[in-house]
Unconditional design. Structure first.
Length: 76
């Protein structure tokens, strides 16, 4: 497991500790959770932007669920 160090001034540390209490977890867990939520949101926004770009350009390919299952060889 890797450890990442984060330097905080006293005000930032106090804020993080208080916020962690609201979330009911340790400051480390809260920061990790919030960082990953932010990254997931950014990834989702990029996917939406790509979808909208392809839709606008007429290059969007949409397949129905059954077709996707056939292409991937997944049986339900």
């Amino acid at each position: 497991m890797k450890i990442i160090s984060l330097r905080l001034n006293e005000e930032e540390q106090s804020f993080v500790e208080e916020a962690a209490q609201v979330y009911g977890c340790s400051p480390s867990t809260m920061i990790k959770r919030l960082a990953f939520e932010k990254l997931e949101d950014e990834f989702d926004m990029k996917a939406i932007e790509e979808y909208e770009k392809e839709k606008k350009n007429g290059t969007l390919v949409i397949k129905d669920f059954d077709e996707l299952l056939r292409e991937t060889g997944i049986e339900c």
